[in-house]
Design a protein around this ligand. Structure first.
Ligand SMILES: [Zn+2]
Ligand SMILES: [Zn+2]
Length: 251
């Protein structure tokens, strides 16, 4: 996943069984648990390297192979290598026919929470940025995998149904936040993230949320430490909102 997010990464994880010809279509399956489908690419003139890719489509929800197969109506081969044209045609279908349907978290309802597939999804979604402090994590160095920490949360499907009751939240963490979270004795990410905020001046509740202007992206769960205020905001604009008593105050 690091090599996918950062093409200049020294990691070369791709296993390719055969020579790649100009115009070949490559489908990348990640050896996560369960296996997931990442992207489809069209190979250009230079082969065996990402530099030779002319077009690519990424499935940002990183669907499991099972979900992908249900969409394609054909089995994904377990070994890397060339496939029949007929099968290849079916395998490209999910990339073009409503790939957004993979974003529906209910398709992952049966999946376990703390899997390498869940970690890979978190990393892909974060695009290499720390969920806590927002800093971009340097993925170019050879030690990148030691500087990026993935925190998976108990079935993140629940967050979509009712995020008010979320107890934890999946996160990608930079080294500094990972250390701070461990040394601070935080066992879950939400407690750590809320610790960035001031406590409520009225009721002293500690889970206060930062206000943000604008509408939330309908396809994204709203992080529980923020409150989107929409586009019409009263003056003065509140900076913080108390989750306990509802008090709003400016920064
Ligand atoms: Zn951080
Ligand atoms: Zn309060």
């Amino acid at each position: 996943m690091i090599a996918h997010l950062e093409p200049r990464s020294p990691y070369r994880p791709w296993f390719i069984g055969e020579d790649i010809r100009n115009g070949d279509v490559l489908i990348t399956v990640l050896d996560t648990d369960p296996r997931t489908v990442l992207c489809m690419e069209v190979a250009g003139s230079s082969s065996l390297d990402a530099a030779g890719v002319t077009e690519s489509w990424t499935l940002t929800a990183l669907p499991s192979v099972a979900a992908f197969e249900a969409h394609a109506g054909v089995a994904v081969p377990t070994a890397a290598g060339r496939v029949d044209d007929a099968i290849a045609g079916r395998l490209t279908t999910p990339f073009f026919t409503n790939p957004a349907s993979f974003d529906d978290p209910f398709t992952r309802r049966g999946e376990a929470s703390h899997t390498t597939a869940a970690a890979a999804r978190m990393l892909l979604k974060s695009a290499g940025k720390c969920t806590a402090c927002g800093q971009a994590i340097n993925l170019r160095r050879s030690t990148a995998r030691d500087h990026i920490h993935i925190h998976t949360a108990e079935n993140d499907v629940d967050h979509w149904a009712n995020h008010e009751s979320a107890h934890d939240w999946p996160a990608t963490l930079c080294g500094r936040c990972q250390t701070a979270m461990t040394e601070g004795g935080f066992s879950n990410f939400l407690d750590y993230r809320f610790s960035f905020h001031p406590s409520c001046p009225l009721c002293a509740a500690s889970q206060t949320r930062s206000a943000s202007i604008g509408m939330p992206n309908p396809g994204e769960p709203v992080p529980p430490w923020t409150v989107p205020l929409g586009c019409i905001v009263t003056d003065p604009v509140p900076g913080w909102i108390c989750g306990g008593c509802g008090y709003r105050w400016a920064t």
